[in-house]
Ligand binder design. Structure first.
Ligand SMILES: [Mn+2]
Length: 329
């Protein structure tokens, strides 16, 4: 953030009574922890801080205490808004509603993000987009340092969570010495990485029924294309039975990728109304996930992608996946 923007940010926050923190429609550990870090920071300055996300916070993120303060309605009378971890209009569907948009449009809106694309928001914002930051939490940490703001104990823990989440425990390509230094600083100031991990494991606990279902799924994994493609099919009855406890593909998809020789793992979910969804993960060295998803009208990243087919009648999706993956490999 250049000096001028930093000045505007500082002054806007100083003059604001009520601050709205906005997460996009795909909340993750970085966006939620970033929002909670800002909340803690602003509470320390006696500001009223509201958290907004259009979609429900997913269960696997509920180890972040404070997740339940995120609301799905946009409050009235906010003085300024901060969008965290996103700058794409398509991910902020709530603001397609003119009433919602009017609540922030003429206010100073800041964007703190680390994704590598141009913001396409249809209103004026002050953007701090740093694609070298491994997580939005990293940007917030540096802002707080520059402005000499105290993050507080909760804020520090949240910054650590956000960085660990997006860097997969400081192990991704985009992790930098700076990310590691920030974590070191946070630990020095009292953040316990062991506690963060214990909290996360606690919410990962699942019922005995789900554990047995996972075993059943593992027995049904199929291998094609010389063992390079691992595939699992999930019928509607299982979505109906287990879906609100756990998203079935997530029980096995990552482990499917761990099988020797497997380069791409695909989970197909068949709904009762002819809809099919596909979740795709591929291994390092096989950046073909998005290409496979695009073949079915979906999209995503090189190593993680997905698609949705509204009407599968007369189509053999599984065979198409096998055939198209073979071409890609
Ligand atoms: Mn992020």
């Amino acid at each position: 953030m250049n000096k001028e923007k930093l000045g505007i940010f500082k002054e806007t926050i100083a003059n604001a009574h009520s601050i709205l923190i906005i997460q996009a429609d795909n909340p993750d550990g970085d966006s939620l922890a970033s929002a909670l870090a800002l909340e803690s920071l602003f509470h320390g300055q006696n500001k009223e801080t509201k958290l907004f996300c259009r979609v429900q916070i997913p269960k696997h993120l509920r180890y972040l205490s404070g997740w339940d303060r995120v609301e799905n309605e946009i409050p009235n009378n906010v003085d300024t808004a901060i969008i965290v971890d996103a700058s794409q209009w398509s991910l902020l569907e709530a603001f397609n509603n003119p009433l919602n948009l009017s609540k922030i449009k003429n206010k100073p809106v800041f964007v703190l993000d680390h994704h590598d694309y141009e913001s396409d928001l249809p209103f004026k914002t002050i953007s701090v987009i740093d694609s070298k930051a491994v997580a939005t939490g990293e940007i917030i940490y540096e802002l707080a340092q520059k402005l000499d703001w105290d993050l507080g104990d909760i804020g520090r823990e949240m910054i650590a969570i956000s960085i660990l989440y997006d860097s997969l425990g400081l192990s991704t390509e985009s992790t930098t010495p700076r990310s590691i230094r920030i974590i070191a600083d946070l630990v020095e100031k009292g953040v316990s990485l062991a506690k963060i991990d214990a909290d996360r494991r606690e919410t990962m606990k699942r019922s005995a029924e789900i554990m047995r279902y996972k075993a059943a799924l593992m027995n049904r994994i199929e291998f094609y294309n010389d063992g390079k493609l691992a595939l699992i099919e999930i019928p509607w009855e299982e979505i109906e039975k287990f879906g609100d406890q756990y998203n079935p593909p997530m029980l096995v998809l990552d482990e499917m990728r761990l099988v020797i020789g497997v380069e791409i793992a695909v989970a197909l979910k068949y709904y009762n109304n002819n809809k099919v969804t596909g979740k795709i993960r591929s291994s390092f060295g096989s950046p073909i996930s998005a290409k496979l998803a695009e073949n079915f009208g979906g999209g995503g990243h090189s190593y993680a992608a997905g698609f949705k087919i509204i009407d599968r009648s007369n189509k053999n999706i599984k065979q198409e996946v096998i055939d198209y993956t073979k071409q890609l490999l």
